[in-house]
Design a protein around this ligand. Sequence first.
Ligand code: XMP
Length: 513
Amino acid sequence: HVLILDFGSQVTQLIARRLRESGVYCEIWPFNNAPEARIRAFAPKGIILSGGPASVTEGESPRAPDCVFTLGVPVLGICYGQQTMAAQLGGAVEPHEHREFGRAFVEVVADSALTRGVWAPGAREQVWMSHGDRVTRLPEGFRPVAVSEGAPFAAIADDARHFYGVQFHPEVVHTPHGAALLKNFTHGICGCSGDWTMGAFRAEMIARIRAQVGKGRVVCGLSGGVDSSVAAVLIHEAIGDQLTCIFVDHGLMRAGEAEQVVRTFRDRFNIRLVHRDASDLFLGQLSGVTDPEVKRKTIGRLFIEVFEEEQNKLGGADFLAQGTLYPDVIESVSATGGPSVTIKSHHNVGGLPEGMRMRLVEPLRELFKDEVRELGRELGIPEEIVGRHPFPGPGLAIRIPGEVTREKADLLRKVDTIFLEEIRNAGLYDAIWQAFAVLLPVRTVGVMGDGRTYDQACALRAVTSTDGMTADVYPFDMGFLTRTANRIVNEVRGINRVTYDITSKPPGTIEWE
Ligand code: XMP
């Protein structure tokens, strides 16, 4: 296994992800929480120093623990990691006016174990750079392997000590051969065997959960979404009936979903499950509420209240389990500390209620969505849950602009069901990130048979995305859209008009509220 010391780069998790993809187990530790004894006990086959926002040229900037360079294991420094390695070993780093951000090209000037079989000497190769500082003098023992316009030492090697450095980011996909370079480091230089799998992760996590929880009791908010489902099944596998799941049913799920959650987790996985039908409470409190943020906050608050109530009925618990994924970790960091504006106050089912002083069990914190799905399949969770589109915590409430009522939710569920049925029949479900219907607070005139109608309009929305941060409209063919619209108007009494939302994100958001 390999140790990644994190200096705060936005893309550190991608290093871990690339390593896992090539079958290498790794852990990410903050650079300032890596005492020598702990590193020695971990016994890494190699150490990677990540990038980071600091500048080595400033006094108090982060440093790698000295033992990193004396343990006798290979080291790869990436961007800031390369700079601090160079500075700590006696080289020099300077700010430079030729800053490089984004796509850049390097010229490979020498052979090395890092580039062997991937980059040939003399070749010009594309990389992704993001730096202002650069190494200007190499420490003793190092030689240049690649140069770029902005970095005379875009890649460097000290063959004797097995120390390597790159100014660019091999972990991002915009460095086309980056994954192969990382593999050269882990497999070739560090000697990792590359036989680590999701099955091994499962076993590892089960051991870690048991060690963390001991004989304690754990509650988990289950929503039927991919993340909380995988977390629940994994934790149940680790500690059995020490886990109780609480499913707060706000009555704003899709058709049949609540029943499916209960069936799957209670009957199939034998997980202790409290199903609390709180739809009257939620719909009651939402009555008269039209402002999207007030809706979101109301639902978030009620969710916590009901969750706490159910948890107290159980007599409390020592731990709260959450299906937090790595992208949630980054987003919430920027949401609490960063300068970014709140577009929407997200509500995550199972989100930690403030003041509920329980320790957290978050076994998926290091994973990306597609890795969670793979783990779910490994655990035998049915494809209809593992492959399910994301569904927002506030449910259908944010797909009903204006006041939410039970009648409107029922109407929307019918439209939604038809839309998804057509998508599944056309074999498009997995090609789409999210697809859903929105009930518009508008009535329009139509004609059906010989009669006039004056009914509600709805919008359909389907997007592609890799992380929900940006999204493109799914380009259905017109035949699909007209067929679906016909079915909706014919089969759902109360809807007489269907539109397709063709707004990308940005400037739109995926949900309407
Ligand atoms: P937006 O609408 O912000 O949505 O473009 C991005 C992604 O997040 C989902 N979403 C939520 N998920 N709680 C959630 O768990 C929420 O409050 C929430 N609001 C939006 C949305 O469905 C999309 O996948």
